[in-house]
Write a protein that binds this ligand. Structure first.
Ligand SMILES: NC(=O)c1ccc[n+]([C@@H]2O[C@H](COP(=O)([O-])OP(=O)(O)OC[C@H]3O[C@@H](n4cnc5c(N)ncnc54)[C@H](OP(=O)(O)O)[C@@H]3O)[C@@H](O)[C@H]2O)c1
Length: 317
């Protein structure tokens, strides 16, 4: 039996939707009929071949990280999932070969978990990479009720989940966002304040409104310690903590301020916890646009042009 998949055949070609054989689940694997997915900056880097510095490509390679779907078959050794279960997860690893931009996906059982009933398919399909990363950032900065958190890059995928999860825990979130669509989006997700990163100096603006500093900073934008360090030093209260998703936290430059370069781990425990966070906070979904599978190229173009929240893909019904 065949299926449609978004496949990259080599570094000298662009990915396209082709018919390929439907995979068979191996030992410890689950065959998922993929309903929804989403596009991440990582997927764009992989599709353009830019990830070859840190991932091994085995061609032909089906692209895609995030997925939500229904268990269609279980391989030998799978005991905790059954045909018909609604699941979400994240294809990850050092090799680019099997991905979620396909009608079916054979995936190790430790890369997925059951979707809570309260979370819809589009939200669950957008949750994988950005949700796991947002949860890891929040763990790194250890915020709780009554804390103040600055999220730089708050309007994007990871920032939307971080904002929503933190706000649901009683954290006062300051999210960067341009006026209009971006600002409305982060306010809808529970941000208490916004900073227009395109027109204001973020650190100065935040310090102006919070003279004692904020409890925590999550920076999803700065790649250089030369930008991350002054942002953190300029905004963080004594005893506060910071996190970077782009390896910009340099402990020497920060002179003792606790800051973590977040590298999210994916295992069943992490996914189950993410499912719980989603169940309690994602009635307001970060998904802002939905593309049918045939329009996946448009989803990538929209991501590259600048997007708000998560761009979801509808793979099959
Ligand atoms: N360490 C890891 O494992 C890991 C995991 C996931 C993601 N990441 C990285 O984390 C970053 C965020 O990921 P994402 O999925 O959230 O990306 P995204 O969805 O593209 O979001 C980025 C957001 O930041 C906004 N933005 C652009 N320049 C900004 C600036 N100077 N200040 C404040 N906001 C700005 C963008 O607005 P416009 O679109 O309007 O420009 C967009 O809304 C990416 O670089 C990604 O590669 C790392």
């Amino acid at each position: 039996m065949s299926m449609r998949a978004y496949q990259l055949e080599g570094f000298d070609s662009a990915p396209r939707i082709v018919d390929v054989p439907r995979p068979t689940p191996g030992t410890g694997e689950v065959l998922v009929q993929v309903r929804t997915s989403s596009v991440n900056p990582l997927d764009a880097n992989i599709a353009a071949g830019r990830a070859r510095r840190y991932k091994e490509y085995v061609f032909p390679a089906i692209l895609g990280s995030d997925f939500c779907g229904v268990v269609a078959e279980t391989g030998p050794g799978v005991t905790e999932l059954s045909v018909g279960d609604r699941v979400f997860g994240l294809v990850h690893g050092n090799t680019v070969h099997t991905g979620s931009f396909a009608e079916f996906l054979a995936v190790p059982q430790d890369q997925l978990t059951v979707v809570p009933a309260a979370v819809d398919d589009l939200t669950a399909g957008a949750l994988g990479l950005a949700g796991v990363t947002a949860a890891a950032c929040l763990d790194a900065v250890r915020v709780g009720d009554g804390d103040t958190l600055l999220v730089v890059g708050g309007s994007g995928g990871v920032g939307s989940f971080a904002t929503r999860f933190a706000a649901a825990q009683g954290v006062r979130v300051i999210a960067t966002a341009r006026p209009g669509h971006e600002e409305n989006h982060v306010l809808r997700l529970g941000a208490a304040e916004t900073v227009d990163w395109s027109a204001q100096d973020v650190a100065l603006t935040v310090r102006g409104k919070h003279p004692d500093g904020v409890t925590a900073v999550i920076d999803l934008i700065d790649r250089d310690p030369a930008a991350f360090t002054p942002l953190v030093v300029g905004t963080l209260a004594p005893g506060g903590r910071a996190a970077s998703t782009l390896r910009a936290a340099d402990s020497q430059a920060l002179g003792g301020i606790p800051a973590v370069n977040v590298r999210p781990k994916v295992d069943p425990k992490v996914l189950r916890r993410l499912a719980e966070l989603a169940e309690h906070s994602l009635r307001d979904s970060p998904v802002t646009a939905v593309y049918d599978f045939d329009r996946i190229g448009e989803a990538f173009a929209a991501l590259a042009a600048g997007s708000v929240g998560k761009l979801a893909l509808r793979i099959s019904t």
